[in-house]
Design a binder for this molecule. Structure first.
Ligand code: SF4
Length: 263
């Protein structure tokens, strides 16, 4: 595919990997996490015309986003090369789920590699082994979201099985790929004793994985759910403060890993 559907492009991002970054949000995601912060990026509805503005002022989800050719996207990315170079930053591909548009993602990764722009891939890991392995050599850093280790609970709260996700994670770790784990701390769902125990067990196995980012639940997307008329299964939950996740941070640090709060 020579074009990609992008629903946002954020410049000067500082929480999506090292340094100053541009974050490119790919539209479309096969998961349906109850706590999703970017519900407008889940569906893969295509705007009727490729001149539709990013985050169009509309209540119709299918009009959110814009179709980019690879050249158009690279023009946007290359605008900030000087800031990437000065800060040790680069570009982060996020979403939605970027692997949902794997062909276009691979093209973008290759183009960035050609001009030595650092790349990070923020992913749920939900893709075939062939897909993720086929583009892994062009990714400098994986920001790999781990949510629930128990498969039934993963299925319940995200709509998909985690079996292939865990296989992909183990493969990347075994190959020595640079990996940061991002763990959303969702009250009563991901922060249960059982899930934390399973998470710790998995992290012990993944010797190459040394950095975990805890992402405390924030109820910041409530307005978006309302605006787009989407069901917000987690709407009544209050945001977590950094202080509330400090005990979990200490618990994971006892595994001799670096643990940070936030992106
Ligand atoms: S994987 Fe990310 S984008 Fe997809 S539904 Fe879950 S939180 Fe939203």
């Amino acid at each position: 595919m020579k074009t990609g559907l992008i629903f946002d492009l954020k410049r000067f991002a500082i929480h999506d990997g090292p340094g100053i970054r541009s974050t490119v949000f790919f539209k479309g995601c096969p998961l349906r996490c109850w706590w999703c912060h970017n519900p407008e990026g889940i569906g893969n509805g295509v705007p009727k015309s490729d001149s539709a503005d990013i985050q169009a002022d509309t209540c119709r989800l299918e009009k959110v986003g814009r179709i980019y050719s690879i050249d158009q996207l690279m023009v946007e990315i290359e605008k900030d090369v000087i800031f990437f170079d000065d800060s040790g930053g680069g570009v982060t591909f996020s979403g939605g789920e970027p692997l949902y548009q794997a062909e276009f993602l691979k093209l973008a990764l290759q183009r960035c590699r050609e001009i030595e722009i650092h790349t990070a891939l923020d992913t749920s890991g939900f893709a075939s082994a062939e897909t993720i392995q086929g583009l892994s050599e062009f990714v400098d850093l994986f920001l790999f979201d781990l949510k629930l280790i128990n498969n039934e609970r993963h299925l319940l709260y995200t709509g998909v099985s985690n079996q292939q996700i865990l296989k992909n994670l183990r493969w990347l770790a075994k190959k020595g790929k640079r990996l940061n784990i991002r763990f959303p701390v969702i009250p009563g769902i991901t922060d249960t004793k059982e899930n934390i125990k399973d998470l710790k067990q998995l992290l012990k196995e993944l010797e190459n994985v040394n950095h975990i980012s805890l992402l405390p639940f924030h109820n910041i997307a409530a307005g978006k759910y309302e605006r787009f008329g989407m069901e917000n299964k987690f709407g009544g939950e209050k945001s977590l403060s950094e202080d509330q996740v400090l005990p979990l941070k200490a618990e994971l640090e006892s595994l001799d890993k670096t643990v940070t709060i936030g992106g």
